[in-house]
Design a protein around this ligand. Structure first.
Ligand SMILES: [Zn+2]
Length: 138
């Protein structure tokens, strides 16, 4: 696996995430939406949410939806946010990368790079990472 240019289908997934994004949080909190495509081709979206005790990343909300509602792993996930009122693609935080890779070692992430949007898998986004469930969660 390597860092790749995203395909037209991958760009459509980014567009779905942007359509899902709303500006519900006031700064310094960020509104973040994500869109994920399963290996079966299902597209799901999720927003982050907050409580006074914690904030849950959109990626973790998406993971919960897929775990509960779909029988197919996430193959690609992308995240977007509003920053100072402007939407943009963002890279998943380290915690979300780790948790998603633990569940689905073949998951790919859309990455915002200096060369534009790319996608990459576990070895690129968390090299030499700890693997909690070798072979994926059963
Ligand atoms: Zn996160």
């Amino acid at each position: 696996m390597s860092i790749k240019v995203i395909s037209e289908d991958d760009k459509k997934l980014v567009k779905v995430a942007l359509e899902r994004l709303d500006n519900s949080f006031d700064e310094p909190l960020q509104s973040v939406a994500c869109a994920a495509r399963t290996k079966n081709g299902d597209i799901i979206t999720a927003m982050n949410f907050k409580h006074y005790a914690f904030v849950t990343c959109a990626e973790m909300a998406a993971l919960a939806i897929v775990q509960n509602e779909y029988d197919s792993p996430i193959e690609l996930i992308t995240s977007v946010r509003y920053i100072h009122g402007v939407p943009e693609v963002i890279n998943a935080c380290g915690r979300c990368r780790q948790v998603l890779i633990d569940h689905w070692p073949d998951v790919n992430f859309v990455l915002k790079t200096d060369d534009g949007l790319r996608k990459a898998g576990a070895q690129e986004v968390l090299p030499y990472t700890y693997i909690h469930y070798p072979g994926g969660k059963k």
